[in-house]
Design a protein. Structure first.
Length: 203
């Protein structure tokens, strides 16, 4: 494995650890978007490797419910939430467990009430479930896992969307410049290390 590949993998591991702890700034999130764009460019389609196709499609649907499309801009799915999560989940067992567990909980919950998966459910059924788990005040023993997961998913969707090309355009920010090669700026490494379990290893 080349030094560049090892450095990229290590950086993504640390970004995943940081994402579990806090929202990611635009400069850090850009590396995940660049990774997704590079993969998509190879075949024209992003193919999930950590998530199943069903989980990936469910995340895309959820992203559009969290940030709905309007007449001027596409919704959350276009911001690359599912791609963002899949790439980070490849480098973090904790991230993968959080999403497979959370999406599994949502499917099981809606199957109990409507006999189908979240992705295949009618819009009204999806809305009922999201209304239950969107607010901490609704927390019960049964709903607590869904509420915790959905709070994390909303944050990740916002992080992914507003650091993506479509989200940056939505904000009207024009200073983002693509890079022709992968480099790891020192300030990004400093951020992700300080917000990850590796922080205490930097004696």
């Amino acid at each position: 494995m080349s030094d560049a590949a090892l450095t990229r993998r290590t950086l993504l591991q640390r970004i995943a650890a940081a994402a579990l702890a806090a929202s990611l700034p635009e400069a850090v999130a850009q590396h995940v978007h660049q990774e997704a764009a590079a993969e998509t460019a190879k075949t024209g389609t992003f193919r999930p490797q950590a998530l199943s196709e069903h989980q990936f499609a469910t995340l895309r649907a959820l992203a559009d419910l969290i940030i709905p499309p309007d007449e001027n801009f596409p919704g959350g799915a276009a911001g690359g939430t599912a791609e963002f999560v899949d790439i980070l989940a490849r480098h973090s067992g904790r991230m993968l467990e959080l999403y497979t567990g959370g999406l599994g909980w949502m499917d099981a919950r809606i199957k109990d009430s409507d006999g189908t998966s979240f992705l295949a459910a009618e819009p009204a059924a999806k809305e009922r479930l999201l209304d239950q788990i969107a607010f901490q005040r609704n927390s019960t023993t049964d709903l607590a896992p869904g509420i915790t997961f959905f709070a994390f998913l909303r944050r990740m969707t916002v992080d992914a969307y507003f650091t993506s090309p479509v989200g940056i355009k939505y904000l009207g920010y024009m200073g983002n410049i693509g890079q022709s090669k992968f480099e790891v700026p020192a300030q990004i490494l400093k951020y992700v290390i300080s917000h990850s379990p590796f922080a205490n290893d930097q004696g």
